[in-house]
Ligand binder design. Structure first.
Ligand code: TXA
Ligand code: MG
Length: 319
């Protein structure tokens, strides 16, 4: 990925000192900047600036009841926005920086704009690991609200080119940091006193969380929709998706895994982390193909396979 995207509306520029300075200036003026993280590209704005946050919702066409994740540099910064009990601190110390989002009660004087949390008394916080996002956080000194940089309901972007195709007309600057290593959105964990719930499966697996907490996630829900973005129609490609496809039909673009070759293969060696890093790129590719339908080979549920299958089921149920 390089400056070759410059022709597509918003400008995708290879990350460097000059682009970071430009990005910081835009963010301080209340503008939007697309930025790579280790999971997917995010669409960032100053979370304390209500007008800037409103631009995120407008650019994505995102319903305003779906709250945003706030990205901060470290646990100390996170604690100025959210209340961390012992369990939350344990998770943060073990897994930050990294692909884990913690949902905790807001602090009494949390400076984040009300629209970020969509009226909830909790806030979703993440300390990202990607060097470009970290440099942007450090250089700006801002707390950055950043949902995935795609139009609401569409597949998340894992390259600057995906962002340019989805949001290029409304996002003036895309920091190009190459392909995202994890390729799938962060694991979201809600802290409930001494218990925790997994609101969205992701790169951090239930087994990892259990080994840190010393107990499994609780499955009790209080009946409310707790991660509003987890509505089933999320992650929808524009074509019908058929799962567990061992063989392909003539009108399908086939995404393979392991021994099921497919038109493209997520991991010939059946490595789930590799498959996760390539899944959204494969779906973007399948969308762009001339075939009207998408088929996906079976993918085992273990480890990060849980998150892969979660995204695939959402994609398949949308049509
Ligand atoms: O990996 C990621 O998490 C990426 C990168 C850019 O950091 N971001 C991302 O953001 O996936 P987004 O907006 O696509 O998903 C955020 C999810 C939504 O499902 C939203 O409902 C949930 O986080 N969320 C945000 N605040 C919440 C809260 N206070 N309580 C429960 N869920 C919340
Ligand atoms: Mg998203």
């Amino acid at each position: 990925m390089s400056g070759s995207n410059d022709h597509i509306g918003g400008e995708a520029r290879r990350y460097g000192a000059a682009t970071i300075a430009d990005a910081v200036a835009r963010l301080r003026e209340g503008g939007l900047v697309a930025v790579p993280t280790e999971t997917v590209y995010g669409l960032a704005a100053d979370s304390t600036d209500a007008a800037a946050v409103a631009k995120i919702y407008r650019a994505k066409g995102r319903p305003d009841f779906n709250p945003l994740i706030v990205h901060v540099l470290d646990l100390d910064a996170a604690r100025t926005l959210g209340q961390f009990n012992e369990l939350a601190i344990c998770f943060a110390k073990a897994l930050w920086p990294g692909p884990l989002t913690l949902v905790v009660p807001k602090t009494a004087d949390c400076p984040v704009a009300a629209a970020v949390t969509a009226g909830l008394d909790t806030i979703a916080l993440r300390v990202p690991a990607h060097p470009v996002m970290r440099e942007l956080l450090a250089a700006s000194g801002l707390y950055l609200a950043a949902p995935s940089a795609n139009r609401s309901g569409a597949i998340s972007p894992t390259t600057a080119d995906h962002v340019a195709r989805s949001l290029g007309s409304v996002v003036p600057l895309i920091l190009d940091g190459g392909a995202c290593k994890r390729g799938i959105e962060s694991t979201i964990v809600a802290i409930d006193g001494s218990d925790y719930r997994i609101l969205r499966p992701g790169p951090v697996t239930p087994a990892q969380l259990e080994s840190i907490a010393g107990k499994p996630a609780s499955t009790v829900t209080n009946g409310k929709i707790e991660a509003p973005g987890q509505m089933l129609s999320h992650y929808a490609p524009s074509k019908p998706v058929r799962l567990d496809a061992q063989t392909t039909r003539s009108d399908e673009y086939h995404i393979g895994f392991g021994p099921v070759a497919g038109d493209t293969n997520l991991s010939v060696n059946a490595d789930l982390a590799e498959a996760a890093s390539l899944l959204f790129a494969a779906l973007h590719h399948a969308e762009a193909s001339t075939k009207p339908r998408i088929a996906v080979a079976p993918i085992p549920e273990g480890g990060i396979g849980l998150a892969l299958n979660d995204r695939l089921r959402r994609a398949a149920s949308a049509k």
